[in-house]
Design a protein around this ligand. Structure first.
Ligand code: ATP
Ligand code: MG
Length: 230
Protein backbone atom coordinates (compact mmCIF):
# COMPACT_ATOMS: atom_id res chain seq x y z
CA UNK A 1 0.00 0.00 0.00
CA UNK A 2 3.03 2.26 -0.14
CA UNK A 3 2.89 2.80 -3.90
CA UNK A 4 3.48 6.42 -4.65
CA UNK A 5 3.21 7.76 -8.20
CA UNK A 6 5.70 10.03 -9.92
CA UNK A 7 3.04 11.05 -12.42
CA UNK A 8 4.39 9.95 -15.79
CA UNK A 9 1.26 9.46 -17.94
CA UNK A 10 1.17 7.62 -21.26
CA UNK A 11 -1.47 6.76 -23.81
CA UNK A 12 -0.25 3.74 -25.78
CA UNK A 13 -2.23 3.22 -28.97
CA UNK A 14 -5.48 3.95 -27.19
CA UNK A 15 -8.63 3.50 -29.20
CA UNK A 16 -11.82 4.50 -27.47
CA UNK A 17 -15.49 4.44 -28.46
CA UNK A 18 -18.53 5.15 -26.30
CA UNK A 19 -20.58 3.16 -28.78
CA UNK A 20 -19.39 0.56 -31.24
CA UNK A 21 -18.64 1.91 -34.73
CA UNK A 22 -18.14 5.45 -33.49
CA UNK A 23 -14.50 5.80 -32.51
CA UNK A 24 -13.76 8.98 -30.55
CA UNK A 25 -10.01 8.48 -30.03
CA UNK A 26 -8.32 6.50 -32.83
CA UNK A 27 -4.97 4.89 -31.91
CA UNK A 28 -4.08 7.74 -29.64
CA UNK A 29 -0.50 7.95 -28.38
CA UNK A 30 0.69 10.62 -25.97
CA UNK A 31 3.52 10.90 -23.47
CA UNK A 32 3.28 13.32 -20.57
CA UNK A 33 6.45 13.44 -18.44
CA UNK A 34 6.02 13.68 -14.67
CA UNK A 35 5.55 17.25 -13.54
CA UNK A 36 4.45 18.68 -16.87
CA UNK A 37 1.48 21.04 -17.13
CA UNK A 38 -0.46 20.35 -20.30
CA UNK A 39 -3.22 22.62 -21.57
CA UNK A 40 -5.75 20.87 -23.80
CA UNK A 41 -7.62 23.03 -26.27
CA UNK A 42 -9.76 22.34 -29.32
CA UNK A 43 -13.29 22.75 -30.60
CA UNK A 44 -16.34 21.24 -29.00
CA UNK A 45 -16.57 17.47 -29.45
CA UNK A 46 -12.82 17.16 -30.16
CA UNK A 47 -12.41 14.60 -27.38
CA UNK A 48 -10.85 16.67 -24.59
CA UNK A 49 -13.20 15.52 -21.82
CA UNK A 50 -12.99 11.96 -23.12
CA UNK A 51 -9.20 12.07 -22.81
CA UNK A 52 -9.52 13.45 -19.26
CA UNK A 53 -11.98 10.73 -18.32
CA UNK A 54 -9.64 8.01 -19.60
CA UNK A 55 -6.83 9.34 -17.40
CA UNK A 56 -9.09 9.35 -14.35
CA UNK A 57 -10.34 5.88 -15.32
CA UNK A 58 -13.91 6.99 -15.64
CA UNK A 59 -13.71 4.83 -18.76
CA UNK A 60 -11.27 2.18 -19.98
CA UNK A 61 -9.82 2.08 -23.51
CA UNK A 62 -11.46 -0.18 -26.08
CA UNK A 63 -7.90 -1.19 -26.98
CA UNK A 64 -4.43 -0.03 -25.98
CA UNK A 65 -3.54 1.19 -22.50
CA UNK A 66 -3.30 4.28 -20.33
CA UNK A 67 -0.40 3.98 -17.92
CA UNK A 68 1.00 5.91 -14.98
CA UNK A 69 4.71 5.34 -14.33
CA UNK A 70 4.45 2.40 -16.71
CA UNK A 71 1.62 0.72 -14.81
CA UNK A 72 -1.64 0.09 -16.65
CA UNK A 73 -4.40 1.98 -14.79
CA UNK A 74 -6.44 -1.24 -14.87
CA UNK A 75 -3.75 -2.94 -12.77
CA UNK A 76 -3.76 -0.31 -10.04
CA UNK A 77 -5.53 -0.82 -6.76
CA UNK A 78 -8.52 1.57 -6.76
CA UNK A 79 -7.18 3.18 -3.60
CA UNK A 80 -3.81 3.88 -5.22
CA UNK A 81 -5.55 5.20 -8.32
CA UNK A 82 -7.74 7.60 -6.33
CA UNK A 83 -4.73 8.87 -4.43
CA UNK A 84 -2.57 9.30 -7.53
CA UNK A 85 -5.05 10.88 -9.93
CA UNK A 86 -7.62 13.51 -9.04
CA UNK A 87 -10.04 15.11 -11.46
CA UNK A 88 -11.63 18.47 -10.81
CA UNK A 89 -14.64 19.03 -13.05
CA UNK A 90 -16.80 22.07 -13.59
CA UNK A 91 -19.93 20.28 -12.35
CA UNK A 92 -18.57 18.72 -9.18
CA UNK A 93 -17.20 21.78 -7.48
CA UNK A 94 -19.28 21.56 -4.29
CA UNK A 95 -21.65 19.26 -2.45
CA UNK A 96 -24.08 20.18 0.33
CA UNK A 97 -22.17 20.44 3.57
CA UNK A 98 -19.71 22.70 5.32
CA UNK A 99 -16.85 24.42 3.54
CA UNK A 100 -14.46 22.30 5.64
CA UNK A 101 -16.14 19.05 4.54
CA UNK A 102 -15.99 20.21 0.95
CA UNK A 103 -12.26 20.86 1.20
CA UNK A 104 -11.63 17.54 2.98
CA UNK A 105 -13.53 15.45 0.41
CA UNK A 106 -10.44 13.59 -0.82
CA UNK A 107 -8.95 13.30 2.68
CA UNK A 108 -11.75 12.76 5.20
CA UNK A 109 -9.31 12.33 8.09
CA UNK A 110 -7.74 15.75 7.51
CA UNK A 111 -7.39 17.92 10.59
CA UNK A 112 -8.83 21.41 10.70
CA UNK A 113 -5.27 22.71 10.62
CA UNK A 114 -4.55 20.84 7.36
CA UNK A 115 -7.79 22.13 5.86
CA UNK A 116 -6.92 25.71 6.76
CA UNK A 117 -3.39 25.27 5.42
CA UNK A 118 -4.73 24.03 2.07
CA UNK A 119 -7.13 26.97 1.90
CA UNK A 120 -4.29 29.36 2.67
CA UNK A 121 -2.08 27.81 0.01
CA UNK A 122 -4.61 28.55 -2.73
CA UNK A 123 -5.68 31.92 -1.36
CA UNK A 124 -9.13 30.80 -0.17
CA UNK A 125 -8.63 31.35 3.54
CA UNK A 126 -9.51 35.02 3.62
CA UNK A 127 -12.98 34.72 2.17
CA UNK A 128 -13.75 31.49 4.07
CA UNK A 129 -12.76 33.10 7.36
CA UNK A 130 -15.12 35.95 6.48
CA UNK A 131 -18.17 33.68 5.99
CA UNK A 132 -20.84 33.74 8.76
CA UNK A 133 -19.60 30.48 10.31
CA UNK A 134 -16.17 30.37 8.73
CA UNK A 135 -15.15 26.84 7.75
CA UNK A 136 -18.39 25.49 9.29
CA UNK A 137 -20.57 27.52 6.95
CA UNK A 138 -22.98 25.35 5.00
CA UNK A 139 -22.90 25.59 1.25
CA UNK A 140 -25.21 23.84 -1.16
CA UNK A 141 -24.39 22.31 -4.51
CA UNK A 142 -24.95 25.59 -6.29
CA UNK A 143 -22.62 27.32 -3.88
CA UNK A 144 -25.13 29.01 -1.64
CA UNK A 145 -23.42 32.13 -0.45
CA UNK A 146 -20.18 31.66 -2.35
CA UNK A 147 -19.44 33.09 -5.79
CA UNK A 148 -18.26 31.16 -8.85
CA UNK A 149 -14.66 32.21 -8.22
CA UNK A 150 -14.88 31.23 -4.56
CA UNK A 151 -16.31 27.84 -5.53
CA UNK A 152 -13.29 27.28 -7.72
CA UNK A 153 -10.94 28.23 -4.91
CA UNK A 154 -12.65 25.73 -2.60
CA UNK A 155 -12.25 23.00 -5.19
CA UNK A 156 -8.58 23.98 -5.61
CA UNK A 157 -8.09 23.74 -1.83
CA UNK A 158 -9.65 20.27 -1.98
CA UNK A 159 -7.25 19.18 -4.72
CA UNK A 160 -4.28 20.77 -2.92
CA UNK A 161 -5.11 18.84 0.25
CA UNK A 162 -5.52 15.58 -1.68
CA UNK A 163 -2.08 16.26 -3.22
CA UNK A 164 -2.26 13.86 -6.16
CA UNK A 165 0.68 13.16 -8.50
CA UNK A 166 -1.65 13.81 -11.43
CA UNK A 167 -4.30 16.50 -11.52
CA UNK A 168 -6.93 16.65 -14.25
CA UNK A 169 -8.81 19.89 -14.43
CA UNK A 170 -11.77 20.75 -16.61
CA UNK A 171 -11.64 24.49 -16.29
CA UNK A 172 -14.91 26.29 -15.63
CA UNK A 173 -16.24 28.36 -18.49
CA UNK A 174 -18.14 30.78 -16.27
CA UNK A 175 -16.62 34.22 -16.44
CA UNK A 176 -15.18 35.77 -13.31
CA UNK A 177 -14.70 39.37 -12.38
CA UNK A 178 -11.13 40.61 -12.69
CA UNK A 179 -10.09 40.29 -9.01
CA UNK A 180 -11.51 36.73 -8.82
CA UNK A 181 -9.88 35.83 -12.12
CA UNK A 182 -6.53 36.96 -10.73
CA UNK A 183 -7.02 35.00 -7.49
CA UNK A 184 -8.03 31.85 -9.35
CA UNK A 185 -5.04 32.18 -11.67
CA UNK A 186 -2.61 32.55 -8.76
CA UNK A 187 -4.24 29.61 -6.99
CA UNK A 188 -3.87 27.54 -10.12
CA UNK A 189 -0.13 28.16 -10.28
CA UNK A 190 0.26 27.01 -6.66
CA UNK A 191 -1.87 23.97 -7.33
CA UNK A 192 0.09 22.94 -10.43
CA UNK A 193 3.53 23.09 -8.86
CA UNK A 194 5.29 19.73 -8.40
CA UNK A 195 2.67 17.57 -10.08
CA UNK A 196 1.54 16.47 -13.51
CA UNK A 197 -1.48 18.40 -14.71
CA UNK A 198 -3.78 18.14 -17.68
CA UNK A 199 -6.09 21.13 -17.95
CA UNK A 200 -8.94 21.48 -20.38
CA UNK A 201 -8.26 25.16 -20.72
CA UNK A 202 -10.87 27.78 -21.50
CA UNK A 203 -8.83 30.80 -20.47
CA UNK A 204 -5.95 32.27 -22.39
CA UNK A 205 -4.25 33.01 -19.06
CA UNK A 206 -4.26 29.28 -18.29
CA UNK A 207 -2.82 28.33 -21.66
CA UNK A 208 -0.06 30.85 -21.01
CA UNK A 209 1.11 29.15 -17.80
CA UNK A 210 1.18 25.65 -19.33
CA UNK A 211 4.49 23.97 -20.28
CA UNK A 212 2.80 22.43 -23.29
CA UNK A 213 -0.31 23.06 -25.32
CA UNK A 214 -2.11 20.31 -27.22
CA UNK A 215 -4.69 21.26 -29.82
CA UNK A 216 -7.17 18.45 -30.43
CA UNK A 217 -9.47 17.91 -33.39
CA UNK A 218 -11.61 14.83 -34.00
CA UNK A 219 -9.79 12.74 -31.41
CA UNK A 220 -6.31 13.59 -32.63
CA UNK A 221 -3.59 15.99 -31.55
CA UNK A 222 -3.15 18.43 -34.43
CA UNK A 223 -0.70 20.76 -32.69
CA UNK A 224 1.74 20.06 -29.87
CA UNK A 225 3.96 22.87 -28.67
CA UNK A 226 4.68 25.53 -26.08
CA UNK A 227 2.33 28.45 -25.51
CA UNK A 228 4.80 30.62 -27.44
CA UNK A 229 4.65 28.34 -30.50
CA UNK A 230 0.92 28.84 -30.83
P1 ATP B 1 -16.40 20.24 -25.28
O1 ATP B 1 -15.39 21.30 -25.60
O2 ATP B 1 -17.74 20.57 -25.85
O3 ATP B 1 -16.48 19.88 -23.84
P2 ATP B 1 -14.84 17.84 -25.78
O4 ATP B 1 -13.63 18.11 -26.57
O5 ATP B 1 -14.70 17.70 -24.31
O6 ATP B 1 -15.96 18.93 -26.12
P3 ATP B 1 -15.93 15.17 -25.63
O7 ATP B 1 -16.92 15.45 -24.57
O8 ATP B 1 -14.73 14.39 -25.27
O9 ATP B 1 -15.50 16.50 -26.38
O10 ATP B 1 -16.72 14.40 -26.78
C1 ATP B 1 -16.07 13.80 -27.89
C2 ATP B 1 -17.12 13.06 -28.70
O11 ATP B 1 -17.67 12.01 -27.91
C3 ATP B 1 -18.30 13.91 -29.13
O12 ATP B 1 -18.65 13.53 -30.43
C4 ATP B 1 -19.39 13.54 -28.14
O13 ATP B 1 -20.63 13.66 -28.75
C5 ATP B 1 -19.07 12.10 -27.83
N1 ATP B 1 -19.48 11.74 -26.45
C6 ATP B 1 -19.09 12.35 -25.32
N2 ATP B 1 -19.61 11.74 -24.24
C7 ATP B 1 -20.36 10.73 -24.69
C8 ATP B 1 -21.15 9.72 -24.07
N3 ATP B 1 -21.25 9.64 -22.74
N4 ATP B 1 -21.79 8.82 -24.87
C9 ATP B 1 -21.68 8.89 -26.21
N5 ATP B 1 -20.94 9.81 -26.86
C10 ATP B 1 -20.29 10.72 -26.12
MG1 MG C 1 -15.53 18.68 -22.65
Amino acid sequence: DLWSAQGHVRFDDVTFAYKKDRVILPEFTLDIPAGQTVALVGSTGAGKSTLAKLISRFYDPSSGAVTIDGVDLRDLHPKDLRRAIVMVTQEAYLFSGSVADNIALGKPDATREEIVRAAQAVGAHEFVAGLPNGYDTDVNKRGGRVSAGQRQLISFARAFLADPAVLILDEATSSLDIPSERLVQEALQTLLADRTAVIIAHRLSTVAIADRVLVMEHGRVVEDGTPDDL
